[in-house]
Design a protein around this ligand. Structure first.
Ligand code: PLP
Length: 356
């Protein structure tokens, strides 16, 4: 299938604003990608068009029953002036796993990668040039059949939009304080926690608000069954660096398999660190923070790459990790991953896709 281009004429394009101090996800570029699906034709009419609103029937399934999934990746402006994507193939595979779970049609991964490449190149003037900043890429799909019946939609729309984002760390690579909730859960076994389904995020808002009101930036989620085993932090995966082991919760079915998580595991392993994926109880974490056996804790995700955790609150007490400071391992991982993403360091794993 050929991607049709219906571009805004050069003279009518908006001047690119100064790409500084951007609030995440508020500013969008000139164009977007769209295609539609129906049972008869499959995916059809892939095209890049001017960015703008979509028309939905008020009965569209997505508005009522949240049949929607998304992805998140970034295009980086390298120190060599080349544009790079980081492991985009993994995002596409995860998107299709999400489609399966949500009874939505799979997409052609090659076509969607082609669409991402074309769209980013067309709107490349919107990629911030400083290290740390990037162009956030948001592919998403939703069921839009107008019916109030609870069933998979017969029709879908798939889109990609782009949003320039500032460096996550404007005031230095500083640790955050997190709030362990044993009141709310993010995802349960057999649920949809391991895919990027819209409803998961709606369900997480309340806990985030409660944590914020108490002065914490992120929620640490525990497992839904025992409220005992650590799962994730906010919308990031979580790592613990115990005396001689870098460990992260094993993918249990209710944990989102992060691409940054996988990259950290592979990097740390290649450095000769003992890495593991296993069950980690909140008691073990607290005991480690108190005894000093827990040297570092950090979240991982596309947005922040690495987010050091300086303290955690659990059942009315606060526990400090590494004196509330960013540790050397978090720093090393951050430098290495961003070094690869911005073309400053070699890419021995073949993680980057160079667009220009
Ligand atoms: C997207 C996401 C992550 C991180 O995934 P990356 O591929 O590393 O960006 C972790 N947890 C949740 C809940 C997420 O939605």
């Amino acid at each position: 299938m050929e991607i049709e281009l219906h571009l805004v004429p050069e003279e009518k394009r908006r001047p690119v604003p100064e790409l500084k101090n951007l609030v995440f996800g508020r500013l969008f570029t000139e164009h977007m990608f769209v295609m539609e699906y129906d049972c008869r034709r499959g995916w059809h009419s892939p095209r890049i068009v001017p960015y703008g609103p979509v028309t939905l029937d008020p009965a569209a399934i997505v508005l009522h029953y949240a049949q929607t999934i998304f992805e998140g990746l970034k295009a980086y402006w390298g120190v060599d002036g080349k544009i790079r994507l980081f492991r985009p193939w993994e995002n596409l595979k995860r998107l299709n796993r999400g489609a399966d779970r949500m009874c939505m049609p799979r997409v052609d991964e090659e076509l969607v990668l082609e669409a991402i490449k074309k769209l980013v190149l067309i709107d490349q003037a919107w990629i911030p040039r400083e290290k740390g900043a990037a162009l956030y890429i948001r592919p998403f799909m939703f069921g839009d059949e107008p019916t109030l019946g609870v069933k998979p939609s017969h029709t879908y729309t798939f889109m990609i939009i782009l949003s320039p984002v500032s460096a996550y760390y404007q005031e230095g690579f500083n640790p955050v304080k997190i709030y362990v909730t044993d009141e709310f859960v993010r995802a349960a076994p057999g649920g949809t926690g391991e895919v990027k389904a819209g409803g998961n995020y709606a369900a997480s808002l309340k806990a985030a608000e409660v944590a914020k009101a108490k002065g914490y930036t992120q929620v640490l989620w525990l497992d839904a069954v025992e409220r005992r085993y650590v799962e994730e932090v906010g919308t990031m995966n979580i790592f613990f660096y115990f005396e001689d082991e870098l460990t992260t919760p094993a993918l249990s079915g209710s944990i989102l398999p992060g691409i940054t998580r996988d990259s950290v595991l592979k990097l740390a392993h290649s450095w000769g660190l003992p890495v593991s994926e296993r069950r980690i109880s909140i008691e073990e974490v607290i005991e480690g923070a108190e005894s000093g056996r827990l040297k570092e804790c950090f979240g991982t995700g596309t947005a922040a790459v690495i987010s050091p955790v300086g303290a955690l609150a659990y059942r009315g007490r606060e526990y400090v990790i590494n004196d509330g400071k960013t540790g050397p391992l978090a720093r090393r991982l951050f430098e290495e991953l961003t070094g690869i993403q911005y073309g400053e360091r070699p890419d021995p794993f073949g993680w980057t896709l160079i667009l220009t």
